[in-house]
Design a protein around this ligand. Structure first.
Ligand SMILES: NC(=O)c1ccc[n+]([C@@H]2O[C@H](COP(=O)([O-])OP(=O)(O)OC[C@H]3O[C@@H](n4cnc5c(N)ncnc54)[C@H](OP(=O)(O)O)[C@@H]3O)[C@@H](O)[C@H]2O)c1
Length: 268
């Protein structure tokens, strides 16, 4: 019987976002979590302790004591944790968010443990992530349902997908949130250039993006249709859209997703 329900290997941004999100949503208790990380800063350890989690620098102990293991180290760190993962048992399940690390590679690395590959983004910290899960065929239904429940509590959308779409999803959700941040920053720079204060410009840019996303979600309409609805002949919006088109805005967004997908393939 495992002492902790969830172990975490790599207590950085993603590991913390997922576990803190689940704790905030009430589907997990901090006392049932054990985290393995070098904890090079006091702040990082304190953040986890505040959640009620147990913090260790010995990965071996984290692995032997947990039923589900959230693998959230950087892809290049996989070689460092390979030896400890090799000892995992068949009654344990590894849930990996490591970009580009295939189920085949996880099976080779994680001893006898069952594996589930997940991709999501940073917004899971506040319950608005977009996640996809890809379980290996031998993951027991009850384990998978428990994992799915945890990700449903921390994400706005959760889908089960085939592994071949993981690279594209990594680009669209995992990296895509950064593209939206960049757009937000640029929008608010535009507001500042037009004479608004930085604070007001950022606030309005955030609300505008939030409002646009909500309109798409709640009306179910195509974004192009929603755009047409606010674009009057010879008006301000079409003038701005022309400027965006001239600068290759849509093409740049498409290329960003393609570049991130390709990079993910290279890392695999
Ligand atoms: N960030 C995202 O938005 C995002 C989205 C989707 C998926 N992912 C995936 O999530 C994973 C984690 O990304 P992240 O952004 O959370 O990175 P991160 O913040 O750097 O977290 C990785 C953590 O692992 C720790 N670590 C390093 N060596 C270790 C070892 N030997 N044993 C245990 N822990 C060790 C690091 O500590 P030090 O910093 O002290 O080295 C760090 O705290 C990556 O594989 C990434 O592909 C990230």
């Amino acid at each position: 019987m495992s002492e902790y329900q969830w172990g975490v290997l790599g207590g950085g941004q993603m590991g913390y976002a997922i576990i803190a999100g689940a704790i905030n949503a009430g589907v997990l208790e901090g006392k049932n979590v054990i985290v393995g990380d070098p904890f090079r800063t006091k702040e990082k350890r304190e953040k986890w302790l505040k959640l009620g989690a147990t913090c260790l620098t010995k990965n071996e102990e984290v692995i032997t004591q947990s039923k589900y293991l959230l693998l959230s180290v950087k892809p290049q760190m996989m070689k460092e944790v390979k030896d400890v993962l090799a000892n995992m048992k068949s009654d344990q399940t590894v849930v990996s968010v490591v970009a580009g690390c295939s189920i085949e590679k996880l099976n080779e690395t994680c001893g006898h443990a069952k594996v589930v590959r997940v991709m999501l983004n940073q917004a899971c910290l506040i319950g608005h992530g977009a996640a996809v899960l890809c379980p290996d065929k031998d993951v027991p239904k009850c384990d998978f349902e428990m994992i799915e429940e945890m990700f449903k509590a921390t994400n706005g959308t959760v889908d089960i997908v085939l592994e071949r779409s993981m690279d594209a999803f990594t680009a669209l959700s995992g990296s895509g949130i950064a593209f939206v941040y960049q757009f937000l920053e640029a929008l608010s720079d535009g507001g500042v250039h037009a004479g608004l204060s930085r604070e007001l410009s950022k606030k309005v840019a955030v609300q505008t993006v939030l409002g646009a996303a909500k309109m798409c979600e709640e009306t179910g309409k195509h974004p192009g249709e929603l755009k047409d609805n606010v674009t009057s002949p010879s008006g301000t919006t079409i003038a701005g859209i022309r400027a965006l088109e001239k600068a290759g805005f849509r093409s740049a967004a498409i290329e960003a997703v393609i570049a991130a997908t390709e990079r993910c393939k290279e890392l695999s």
